[in-house]
Design a binder for this molecule. Structure first.
Ligand SMILES: Nc1ccn([C@@H]2O[C@H](COP(=O)(O)OP(=O)(O)OP(=O)(O)O)[C@@H](O)[C@H]2O)c(=O)n1
Ligand SMILES: C[C@](O)(CO)[C@H](O)COP(=O)(O)O
Length: 228
């Protein structure tokens, strides 16, 4: 439908247990700002987004001080898993006016290196697609199957991609997929695949990585500063 809007939905209710920081990783200062401020600033520069919504933990005590100028929708309905937070965010978008056929671009708060141009490329590739899709990176290295820290086999990498975000699907399809599949999936595309659909893979840079482990903060800092 041609009047479909695009919403950005940013799950930010995680605790960052692998990041080794004293506070949730989305609030750690990177290149002079809370990590998530970079993420939201990039999304704010994407032309044509109808609204940006963030999903926080119900007891989040950091957002107001970290992002005092944020003008989007703030939903304090995060769940115990990323999928639960996204499902809660979809409900918040529905209450704010999102319709079944509107597009939702789910983007990790922790992917603070995202560039507006990459999001625009995803939108351009998916907006006339029957399913939707995601930014992703084809594997560049030889892929090993491991057992107890030893390489047991080399896997044909030609069909393997690393999933990134944003992941862009129609509100109705995504809501229905998550409701059927439950909380175990680690991304939106998994839920869509479980319904038998094949999301479009839109190639993106390894720079769109997710800050996950302690060493990732320094890499993010250097990349962000090099862009200034
Ligand atoms: N219950 C959760 C878990 C994760 N997320 C969000 O989903 C994104 C990607 O998840 P991940 O990198 O796994 O973040 P954390 O769950 O915070 O990290 P960890 O798994 O190390 O605890 C992050 O922006 C995170 O805040 C969320 O909204 N709700
Ligand atoms: C959605 C995601 O960023 C795709 O790579 C990722 O799966 C989320 O992180 P998690 O650690 O799997 O929750």
């Amino acid at each position: 439908m041609s009047d479909a809007r695009c919403y950005a939905l940013v799950p930010a209710a995680g605790v960052g247990s692998r990041a080794g920081q004293p506070l949730p990783k989305q609030y750690v200062t990177v290149a002079g700002r809370p990590l998530m401020a970079h993420t939201l600033a990039a999304l704010a520069e994407v032309p044509g987004l109808h609204a940006v919504a963030v999903v926080l933990a119900p007891d989040d005590a950091h957002f107001a001080a970290a992002l005092p100028g944020f003008t989007g929708l703030v939903l304090r309905t995060g769940g115990a898993t990323r999928a639960a937070s996204v499902a809660a965010g979809l409900e918040g978008l529905r209450q704010a006016g999102a319709r079944e056929h509107d597009w939702v671009l789910v983007h990790d708060a922790a992917r603070c290196l995202v560039r507006p141009g990459w999001v625009q490329a995803l939108i351009a590739a998916c907006r006339d697609d029957a399913v939707g899709g995601l930014l992703a990176q084809p594997l560049a290295d030889t892929l090993k199957q491991a057992d107890a820290g030893r390489s047991r086999a080399t896997v044909d990498r030609s069909r393997f991609w690393l999933a990134q975000t944003p992941q862009m699907f129609r509100w109705g399809l995504l809501q229905s997929a998550l409701a059927q599949v439950g909380d175990a999936v680690t991304d939106e595309a998994s839920a869509i695949e479980a319904l038998g659909h094949a999301p479009l893979l839109v190639p993106c840079s390894m720079e769109n990585f997710k800050v996950t482990r302690p060493e990732d903060f320094d890499l993010a800092e250097r990349l962000l500063r090099s862009r200034a």
